[in-house]
Write a protein that binds this ligand. Structure first.
Ligand code: ATP
Ligand code: MG
Length: 436
């Protein structure tokens, strides 16, 4: 026997009825962004690999270990997108969607690809919804974006959520911090994992992002960026915190929060949840004032975030706020009892759908018992038979599978058929008994 082919490791099919619920999560998340004035951009699933090495940074987990890179037949190197911000910035620059004279609010959603070790909440293909504000920004834009994610936490009733906040400084204050950090890491070289030992020389901030348990005690005592901020970054951080207080959005300062991408400056944040286990972050982002210029675009600040939809699923499942599947139930199963009845059955199914009645045709040589079984499986309310007699008299037998009633209706009178079906589906009028 042939071995069945399975989906690749870490890649999940989303099957009925979950697919509709999943899209419900995407839709509800996007609706919150639309309320915030964001406009959607549909981005390609693959890009030049250099877009990600240039923006995310060569010394990051994503680029170093996780990217699906391939050469196409023309010999060019592409990558399946591991995240959306780089693509969105590329598109914004290419189509002049943003510049320093006005504020642009853009969002995207769709699958991202990272070659990671699959586990709960960590897949190789996963969905993100992400949004970016580009242009002449102030710290209030960072807060506004955080407030939008906060709205999601509240509306979806995310359990046990925490907002972690940091300021990573800017090109003015980072050199001094870098020197202090490298000095400290050198003193603890032997206690660090090989990756940290290497990155210490190339990109020491990445070391703070290390997830290896053995490195954690050293990293906990490392110098903190917030002690090295220049006046402007310090003021930026203070403004963000003051305005979060104004909005009464609670947060926890987390000086080690550098995020796994090189392009961040100033504000970085993560929304986590105690209900998620090890992969606790469900939305994350920050400010990236140098990214547009690095990618050949205008010198323009940006701030953005991305939320992982599979993790939102887990959280909304725990909170019992998963959206419904929104599927219409099937109302009618049309069953031709003989091959010669099939054209009429096809016509009836089509006419019912045109009249807005969800209907399926069952075109099989099996006996009527199979039609009852199928109708039951599909939770269909009516079975419509067309046998040889009905073909002769141009009628259809309409059987209400709940009430057990069966009537003969002229086949051409779709309106009458539709009316009878709709009538039966109306909620029964309650008997009025007793005094009010
Ligand atoms: P992590 O620390 O979990 O590796 P990250 O820093 O790599 O996260 P980002 O690049 O900031 O994650 O992505 C934003 C969000 O996308 C994450 O908070 C998470 O919800 C989701 N996400 C990231 N990687 C995965 C994955 N492999 N599988 C499922 N969701 C993911
Ligand atoms: Mg990661």
């Amino acid at each position: 026997m042939n071995q069945p082919i399975r989906a690749p490791r870490g890649v999940k099919d989303i099957i009925p009825p979950d697919a509709m619920r999943f899209e419900g999560i995407l839709r509800e998340t996007e609706e919150i962004l639309l309320l915030g004035g964001f406009q959607k951009v549909l981005l390609p699933l693959f890009e030049s690999a250099s877009l990600f090495t240039r923006s995310i940074g060569g010394e990051t987990d994503i680029v170093e270990k996780e990217m699906y890179t391939f050469q196409d037949k023309g010999g060019e190197t592409f990558a399946l997108r591991p995240e959306g911000t780089a693509s969105l910035l590329r598109a914004a620059i290419e189509h002049r969607l943003a510049d320093i004279s006005r504020v642009s609010r853009l969002f995207y959603s769709g699958p991202m690809f990272r070659h990671e070790r699959p586990q709960a909440g960590r897949l190789r293909q996963f969905y993100q919804v992400g949004a970016e504000i580009l242009g002449p920004l102030t710290p209030s834009d960072d807060v506004d974006l955080i407030a939008i994610i906060h709205r999601m936490a509240v509306q979806f009733r995310i359990p046990e959520w925490t907002l972690l906040l940091n300021n990573m400084g800017c090109p003015r204050c980072r050199p001094a911090y870098r020197t202090a950090l490298v000095g400290y890491l050198k003193d603890h070289f032997g206690e660090l994992c090989p990756t940290c030992q290497r990155r210490m020389g190339t990109n020491p901030f990445r070391v703070l992002d290390c997830k290896v348990p053995a490195c954690q005690p050293v990293l906990e005592k490392a110098p903190r960026i917030t002690d090295y901020l220049c006046d402007r970054s310090r003021a930026h951080y203070d403004r963000v915190r003051e305005e979060l207080d104004v909005l009464e959005i609670p947060y926890r300062p987390e000086p080690r929060l550098v995020r796994g991408l090189d392009y961040y400056t100033e504000t970085t944040f993560e929304f986590t949840s105690g209900a998620l286990g090890a992969q606790s972050t469900w939305a994350a982002g920050g400010r990236y004032d140098g990214l547009s210029k690095d990618l050949g675009g205008p010198d323009m600040p940006g701030v953005g975030f991305a939320a992982g939809i599979e993790r939102l699923w887990l959280l909304r499942e725990a909170a019992r706020t998963l959206p419904g599947a929104g599927l219409p139930p099937i109302w009618v199963t049309v069953f031709p009892l003989a091959p010669l009845a099939r054209p009429k059955a096809l016509r009836l199914v089509t006419a019912l759908r045109e009249a807005g009645i969800p209907a399926v045709g069952l075109f099989t040589d099996q006996k009527i018992k199979a039609a009852f079984r199928q109708a039951e499986h599909d939770r269909s309310r009516f079975l419509a038979f067309i046998g040889e007699d009905e073909v002769e008299s141009d009628t259809v037998q309409l059987k209400d599978l709940v009430k057990g009633e069966q009537v003969s209706v002229p086949l051409g009178d779709t309106l009458e058929i539709a009316r009878r079906i709709r009538m039966s589906l109306l909620p029964e009028e309650k008997e009025h008994s007793g005094s009010v």
